[in-house]
Design a protein around this ligand. Structure first.
Ligand code: CA
Length: 359
């Protein structure tokens, strides 16, 4: 009887121990197979390539516990449906630029680019250490999304124009491909802003359907062949001084991840954020040389008077948009407070250094 009792107890004990072991193993071994859509064309350098790098690094860091299958725009859902696909949970992740969703979420534009706003350094500071990311999460929560910064081009170029721009009057009546808040500013200058995907820009400019376009910077603009369709390449990209790309994650899917996998995702996104900026910086300077030396492109600055006017129009646009939407105003106020102190510091750090180099 005692012997039977002993075996029974031992058996129960062994079972219990086995149960605990099985549970902890299944926790560690639980595998997540996710899908991620983007708004970029397939094989789009730096953007889509950066997304593939992110997926690869997450898989390696997690020992294969989180695998992410990536799809370029149109491969699974059309590019401009990425937000809805992640929000509704038909896929777990997306990579995009938050200002594409301005029709639904006007405040989202602050998490990509604001004309005459912060550069990449300022954006990173605001998002990671200035409360910006918390606001972003607050704005995306009603859509069941969380987001993290994941890639920036640095200051972009002002765009390609088929004729020379000597004054704001020269902008009047031009058809220009330009997205986001920049398009509203250009509209105030008399431009007819047009939205079109990257793949359509060259033909439209070459045929004269549009008179001007902004795209990214020397590396991507060279690749698109825009120098064959327009003679004048203007700087600076006042409308996109440090545009930030986004990693969107379905909130339910995010909460289902164990803490260590969440940390891996956040860390990989941060690494890709830095890597994309570094790659843009390195490739843009090579491409600028090619555009200038090989293709004899006129690389010219917008006249000061044009920049001053566009700056004035920007303030009008921001005030008008803030009056229309309470969430836009809330994010604008926070963004603007940070931007002003960032600008004061920038004046005696980066700005003073740039001036010192010219003496
Ligand atoms: Ca752009």
């Amino acid at each position: 009887m005692k012997r039977r009792e002993f075996f029974k107890r031992a058996g129960v004990g062994a079972l219990a121990a086995g149960g605990v072991l099985a549970t902890s193993q299944s926790h560690a071994a639980k595998r997540f197979n996710w899908k991620m859509v983007t708004t970029w064309p397939p094989n789009f350098p730096i953007f889509q390539d950066g997304v593939k790098r992110f997926a690869r690094e997450v898989r390696k860091m997690s020992g294969g516990r989180l695998t992410i299958q990536t799809f370029a725009g149109g491969e699974l859902v059309p590019p401009m449906q990425a937000f809805d696909a992640v929000s509704q949970g038909s896929v777990e992740m997306g990579h995009s630029a938050a200002y594409y969703w301005s029709g639904k979420v006007p405040a989202a534009q602050f998490f990509t680019a604001v004309p005459f706003g912060m550069n990449t350094q300022g954006m990173n500071a605001w998002l990671y250490h200035g409360g910006g990311l918390d606001l972003w999460h607050e704005i995306y929560r009603p859509y069941g999304l969380v987001a993290f910064p994941m890639g920036s081009s640095g200051v972009q170029m002002g765009g390609w124009f088929r004729k020379k721009i000597n004054s704001v009057n020269d902008l009047k009546g031009l058809k220009m491909r330009i997205p986001g808040l920049g398009s509203k500013v250009m509209a105030k200058a008399g431009v007819n802003p047009v939205l079109m995907a990257g793949g359509e820009i060259y033909t439209a400019l070459e045929r004269g359907t549009i008179d001007a376009t902004e795209w990214v910077g020397p590396f991507h603009d060279l690749r698109l062949g825009l120098y064959r369709a327009a003679k004048y390449y203007y700087y600076p990209g006042w409308h996109e001084p440090g545009p930030m790309l986004e990693l969107m994650i379905n909130e339910k899917a995010w909460k289902s991840l164990p803490k260590d996998l969440q940390l891996i995702v956040k860390t990989a996104a941060m690494a890709v954020n830095l890597n994309m900026l570094s790659e843009f910086e390195a490739r843009n300077l090579e491409a600028l040389q090619t555009l200038k030396n090989k293709y004899k492109v006129n690389v010219i600055a917008f006249p000061d008077e044009v920049i001053k006017q566009l700056h004035k129009f920007t303030q009008e646009v921001l005030t008008e948009e803030a009056a229309k939407d309470a969430k836009f105003k809330k994010v604008y106020d926070a963004y603007e407070a940070f931007r002003q102190s960032n600008s004061a510091w920038g004046e005696i750090s980066e700005g003073a250094y740039a001036r010192a180099l010219k003496l």
